[in-house]
Every structure is written in structure tokens, then in C-alpha cells.
Design a binder for this molecule. Structure first.
Ligand SMILES: *[C@@H]1O[C@H](CO)[C@@H](O)[C@H](O)[C@H]1NC(C)=O
Ligand SMILES: *[C@@H]1O[C@H](CO)[C@@H](O)[C@H](O)[C@H]1NC(C)=O
Ligand SMILES: *[C@@H]1O[C@H](CO)[C@@H](O)[C@H](O)[C@H]1NC(C)=O
Ligand SMILES: *[C@@H]1O[C@H](CO)[C@@H](O)[C@H](O)[C@H]1NC(C)=O
Ligand SMILES: *[C@@H]1O[C@H](CO)[C@@H](O)[C@H](O)[C@H]1NC(C)=O
Length: 433
């Protein structure tokens, strides 16, 4: 049954390619090369060229007629993808000198966003996926991708965390698409610990970001509608999302691709960017050199650590309870800064020590189970099973410690009422603001 499904699928892709790809005429001589794959170029150009194409060494070398590398960075979401994408733009000249190109380069009219090639990725996503409405599949990007190989004999680089939503059919389609033009496909994914990833996802969904927090607070104060500034993380945890977790994404791609490189988000020995451009992408010496220089000058890239808007939450609660009257945007900012200064400078404490409402043991157990299982999968993948047991026991200890901290801090909501009722904060609001 599986075989039949696959054949149908290939036939469907063949039709899509034939219907949609209007291949430029200067590709004629190249169409012959991929002809044996039978779902590549429109038959008209194939026929023309097959009869009168010159016999070259390419003809003799079979699959060598394909360009060498295709690198697809599949995220997942919340694992540093935007930094990788940002640098793919910054470094596009170095990448080109290493024979890596990105499809957007070949479009007459550019797509936006272009460093995040989501409109390429959605071509391989189920129709129902949310992203489709916002970022419809751009067939011209797929075409542009092929011309990188067929026109320039270059390698392909595509990065889009949206690939993490691809299901079996989509991944199979991606394999077929890439198989037409590249002989060596590398899938790159980043592993991030599950409990940390969940917190990051919570921040993403609720737009909890450092650079937005001040604005959001002032808006909420003016409206004075919700009880808390941000939704509770307990709501996110109650519907623990397993989907999109690194382990699941890696497993799905490994079914179809032999080369799946997994970067460890938590490895601090080298920046994630350096590992991506120097270690994950095959043979990109110029790009790698430049990244190393940039990392030296700029230091470790600033990761967008998820933001814990504790002080904004306290300002909001103090306002709502009438302890203070936040009447202007300036005052709003000043209060938040003053609360932070009081906690961290005067009391010499961190925001982690505020009383918090944490998840139930059952929920924590579930999160821990998934975290441990994914960590094991990751180590197994990374070490190819060598010394696997030792590494797992080493790692589960450090994982356990780290999770312990998370389970008392970032997986919990700050208990604003208890904080505000404490003597030290009642005094603070009565005297200092
Ligand atoms: C591919 O080509 C082969 C031989 O030319 C043919 O037997 C096969 O049916 C073709 N497959 C598809 C999916 O068109
Ligand atoms: C494309 O490049 C690869 C390696 O760089 C080479 O082996 C192959 O012959 C080239 N193909 C063409 C058509 O130039
Ligand atoms: C951090 O997030 C901002 C806004 O979401 C984005 O513009 C920026 O590129 C991100 N930085 C990194 C290093 O990922
Ligand atoms: C093919 O890709 C793998 C990694 O995915 C890499 O190690 C290897 O060097 C690549 N081969 C060529 C010929 O570039
Ligand atoms: C904000 O709403 C709360 C709850 O409805 C109310 O008690 C409080 O007086 C309001 N604060 C302001 C400044 O309007």
C-alpha cells in the first residue's frame, strides 16, 4: 500500500511540475540532465534538447550532472532560526563564493520576507496549515531553486522554520523536488530542550517580548480590562504541544533523508551561527571564515532568550489594585524600572525568587518525560550510539538540575497578589513611587 501511495504521489508531483514550471529557454540544454528523473522539465523543451544536445562529459557522468549540495534548514520554530536567516542575507556574497545560492535571488520581483523562505516551505505543507493563508506557496521560488542547480550548477540553501510543519507527504515531495537537481541533500535542524522550548513558544504566542513589553503594558493599563497583563503559562501547559518539538521534526525528516544534521542549541562552546555555517553546511569555507570573524568582533550572538515580563506584570497589578495610579506612559516606564531596581539593586535579589504559581506534579512529570525522551533521542542521533549510555546518564543529571530551576521559575506564573501584599512591597509602593 505504501508503494502505491508513493507512486501516486510521484505522478502527482510530476504533473504539478509539468503544469506549473515554465522553464526559461536557456535551460534547454540542461533539461536533458534531469530527464531521467522524469518529473522535471516540460516535455517540449526536453524533446528539443535531447536530439541535438551536444554529447559532453556531463552526459557520461550520469548523476554527476546534478549540482552538489542542497541544504534545507528546517528550524524548528524557536530554535534560533531568525539569526541563521539574518546571516544568510548578510553573508549572501560569501555563500555565493562557496557556490551556495538561495532561491529569492533569482526572482525579478522579490518576496517578503526573503531571508526566511516561508513561501518556499509552504509548497510542501498541507493546505490546511495556517501559514498557507499568510504565506502562500510561491511556485516561482521552486523554479528559481531549480535554476540555481540547472543554470549555475550551484548548491542550494533554504532556511524556513515553517518546514517543521511538513508532514510525511510534504517531506516526500521535498525529497522528490530536491532529487531532481542535487545529488547530496543535507537537512539541518536544531535541538532545543523541550521544557525551554515550551516556554519560548508561550512567549511567542502571547507576544511576550522585551522590546514590546513597555508598549503593551501602557496599552493594557489604559484599557484596564484583563486581570493579568499576559495570559498565564498554565494555560499553555495544559495543552502541552508535542508537535514541532525538535525530536519529532528530526524523526520525520530522517525517514526520507540520510543526512540530517542536528545542532545543539545548548552547546555554548561555539556559537550556533558558527556551527551552522562552518559545520552543518558542507564545504562553505569562505562563509565559515567570515562568520568566525564576525562572531569574534560581535561576540556571541545575542540570543532572543524568552522574556519573563515579571516587572511589567507587577506594575500592572499594582495599578489595577489601586496601589498606584499610572497616569502617563512616562510614569508607567519609570515605575517598572523602579520595581526592577528595588528588587535587584536594593534587595539584591533576582526576579526568580518572587513567589510563583507552578504547574501540578502531573503536568511537570509529563513535561519532564517528553524532555528526557527527546534529549535521549538527540544524544543517540548525535553520537551514532557510541558511548550512548554514558552520555545519557551524564546529560540527564544536568538536564534534571536545569529542569528543576525551570519548574520553579519559567514554567510558573508570578503570584502578583502575594508579592503586592508583602510588607516590603507595600512599603515600596507607599513610599517610593
Ligand atoms: C518514469 O520513466 C520510466 C521510464 O521512462 C517510466 O517507466 C515511468 O512510468 C515513469 N514514471 C513516471 C512517474 O512518470
Ligand atoms: C557541477 O559541479 C560539480 C562539482 O562542483 C561537478 O562535478 C559537475 O561536473 C558540474 N556539472 C556541470 C554540468 O558543470
Ligand atoms: C530577535 O527578535 C527580533 C524580533 O522578533 C528579530 O528581529 C531579531 O532578528 C532576533 N534576533 C536574533 C538574534 O534572533
Ligand atoms: C554531502 O553532505 C554531507 C553532510 O550532510 C557532507 O558531509 C559531505 O561532505 C557532502 N558531500 C559532498 C560531496 O559535498
Ligand atoms: C481597573 O479595573 C479594576 C477592576 O475592574 C478596578 O477595580 C480598578 O479601579 C480599575 N482601575 C482604574 C485605574 O481604572
Amino acid at each position: 500500500m505504501k508503494a502505491i501511495g508513493m507512486l501516486t504521489l510521484l505522478a502527482v508531483i510530476g504533473n504539478i511540475v509539468k503544469l506549473h514550471y515554465k522553464v526559461p529557454s536557456n535551460l534547454d540544454s540542461l533539461s536533458k540532465k534531469t530527464n531521467h528523473d522524469n518529473f522535471t522539465l516540460p516535455s517540449s523543451s526536453t524533446e528539443d534538447s535531447s536530439s541535438n544536445a551536444p554529447t559532453t562529459q556531463e552526459g557520461a557522468s550520469g548523476t554527476n550532472n546534478k549540482a552538489v549540495n542542497a541544504v534545507i534548514h528546517v528550524g524548528p520554530h524557536k530554535t534560533g532560526s531568525s539569526a541563521i536567516q539574518h546571516y544568510s542575507k548578510v553573508l549572501h556574497l560569501e555563500l555565493a563564493s562557496d557556490k551556495y545560492e538561495m532561491p529569492w535571488k533569482h526572482l525579478k520581483q522579490n518576496v517578503n520576507p526573503w531571508e526566511n523562505q516561508v513561501n518556499f516551505a509552504t509548497c510542501f505543507l498541507p493546505e490546511r496549515a495556517n501559514e498557507h493563508s499568510k504565506f502562500p506557496c510561491r511556485e516561482d521560488l521552486l523554479e528559481a531553486g531549480l535554476s540555481i542547480a540547472q543554470q549555475n550548477n550551484n548548491s542550494l540553501l533554504v532556511s524556513a522554520e515553517t518546514f517543521d510543519h511538513a508532514e510525511t507527504t510534504g517531506v516526500a515531495e521535498l525529497k522528490t523536488y530536491l532529487g531532481q537537481a542535487w545529488s547530496n541533500v543535507t537537512i539541518v535542524a536544531t535541538y532545543r530542550r523541550y521544557y525551554e522550548w515550551v516556554v519560548s513558544l508561550h512567549c511567542e504566542h502571547n507576544k511576550i517580548k522585551r522590546h514590546l513589553a513597555g508598549h503593551k503594558l501602557w496599552q493594557a493599563i489604559q484599557k484596564n480590562e484583563t486581570e493579568r497583563l499576559y495570559p498565564s503559562i498554565q494555560d499553555t501547559l495544559a495543552t502541552i504541544p508535542v508537535r514541532g518539538a525538535s525530536a519529532a521534526v528530526v524523526a520525520r525528516y530522517k525517514e526520507f533523508f540520510p543526512n540530517v544534521v542536528v545542532l545543539n542549541y545548548h552547546d555554548k562552546r561555539k556559537s550556533l551561527l558558527e556551527r551552522f555555517y562552518c559545520d552543518a553546511i558542507p564545504h562553505a569555507p569562505n562563509t565559515c571564515k567570515r562568520v568566525k570573524e564576525m562572531m569574534k568582533n560581535e561576540g556571541e550572538e545575542k540570543r532572543n532568550e524568552s522574556y519573563d515580563a515579571v516587572y511589567e506584570e507587577l506594575t500592572y497589578a499594582a495599578h489595577r489594585s489601586g496601589m498606584i495610579n499610572v497616569h502617563s506612559k512616562e510614569y508607567c516606564e519609570a515605575v517598572t524600572i523602579a520595581i526592577k531596581a528595588h528588587q535587584e539593586k536594593t534587595l539584591k535579589l533576582s526576579s526568580d525568587v518572587f513567589p510563583r504559581a507552578c504547574p501540578s506534579g502531573k503536568i511537570l512529570d509529563d513535561i519532564w518525560d517528553i524532555s528526557l525522551r527527546s534529549e535521549k533521542d538527540f544524544i543517540k542521533h548525535a553520537s551514532n550510539g557510541l558511548g550512548y549510555e554514558d552520555e545519557v546518564s551524564l546529560l540527564s543529571n544536568s538536564l534534571n538540575d536545569d529542569f528543576d530551576v525551570y519548574s520553579k521559575t519559567r514554567l510558573c506564573d508570578v503570584d502578583v497578589h502575594t508579592v503586592l501584599q508583602s510588607q516590603v512591597w507595600r512599603d515600596f509602593f507607599a513610599e517610593e513611587v
